[in-house]
Design a protein around this ligand. Sequence first.
Ligand SMILES: CC(=O)SCCNC(=O)CCNC(=O)[C@H](O)C(C)(C)COP(=O)(O)OP(=O)(O)OC[C@H]1O[C@@H](n2cnc3c(N)ncnc32)[C@H](O)[C@@H]1OP(=O)(O)O
Ligand SMILES: O=C([O-])CC(=O)C(=O)O
Length: 393
Amino acid sequence: MTEIHKGLAGVVADNTAISKVNPDTNSLLYRGYPVQELAATQPFEAVAYLLWNGELPTAEQLAELRAEERKHRALAANVKAAIDLLPLTAHPMDEVRTAVSVIGASDVNGGGSVLDAAGTPEENLARSVRLYAALPAIVAYGQRRRRGEDLIEPRDDLDYSANFLWMTFGEESDPVVVEAFNRSMTLYAEHSFNASTFTARVITSTLSDLYSAVVGAIGALKGPLHGGANEAVLHIFNDIGTAANVVPWLDTALAEKRKIMGFGHRVYKRGDSRVPTMKAALDTLVEHYDRPDVAELYDALESEFVSRKGIYPNLDYPSGPAYNLIGFDTLTFTPLFIASRVTGWTAHIMEQTAANALIRPLSAYNGVDERHIEGYVPDAGALAAAERPEEQA
Ligand SMILES: CC(=O)SCCNC(=O)CCNC(=O)[C@H](O)C(C)(C)COP(=O)(O)OP(=O)(O)OC[C@H]1O[C@@H](n2cnc3c(N)ncnc32)[C@H](O)[C@@H]1OP(=O)(O)O
Ligand SMILES: O=C([O-])CC(=O)C(=O)O
């Protein structure tokens, strides 16, 4: 009997030097650095540099990356035009996915033969930086157009996180808010072979191009079992209303065997390494916006669900309410995840390309037994194939 690894659970598919998720020690390392230390000390630009290059940048390297990021911040006219063609009812994940497709199709190096699609390491690093630089404007404009607001141009005097918030809200954010947002970007950036990253690696393994791999990864991230959970957490919070409603709400949800979004993880079974850092960032926002009710609901749902099921929150649980307090629309939450995770995805795309093997697992067939079309008379080719059954396996 063939052993099936449903959902590839527990399967080690390849090596990676980008991050280490260790559920036994509840730790997460990016290129060897604990993510908590990075979140507390580094701007997101430095974390992106680390993921791509393996080392934290020197002051000069950081300045170079920041200069390059600023060059590609503005929303390109063709990308804006493509977004504007989409209905306002389109999900923002579909909007960002479309925008990345447009960027990919417009990349001059992306033209030509499929044999050149994979690109050189230098081309792929440059594409990664450009895409990372372009995403905030796409996400920010998406939220603004849904609100009936105009595009806001980027500000050269602001670093990545402050500029992202500027382009979204059209006003400078308080340093407390910028700091919490920057932490969330760092915490979301990378997590080994999660579903979206693995999708990107599968696409890359066919020697397809970086943009196609990112488009596929966005599709995988959208689902509520993965990145879509940060949006789903807010739907749950809105549904519950206040901390006082948690017990009856949970009684019903569990009786209906519903999944409680923002809880549980394929790898971590005793809590997600990133949650305490993001919860601390949420606490600063709760204080800044004077919204103790948010913390009360957060704590009540967490303690009730953990005590009943022994299943702990994942990163999407504190991120959802944090993004809500900052002022992002609920549907914008998972696009924010894209803006961060594009750094991890592209690091994996480059790693996969550097030591490639086509990713193509086997399946165990459990369909109907072989059967034949009535009246079919085998031709010479079919007869020859039937004589070599081992070649058809
Ligand atoms: C950044 C991220 O992408 S983190 C993940 C974000 N996703 C979510 O928050 C969605 C909610 N969580 C889940 O659906 C799951 O915990 C997953 C998909 C993340 C992990 O799933 P798996 O490792 O495959 O665990 P699986 O889904 O098999 O769960 C094991 C058991 O715990 C239960 N369980 C797991 N998570 C939850 C949950 N959030 N709510 C209710 N029950 C849950 C399952 O129903 C299952 O119960 P059973 O054995 O009685 O059937
Ligand atoms: O690792 C996973 O399966 C999901 C996750 O937490 C992430 O991608 O950040």
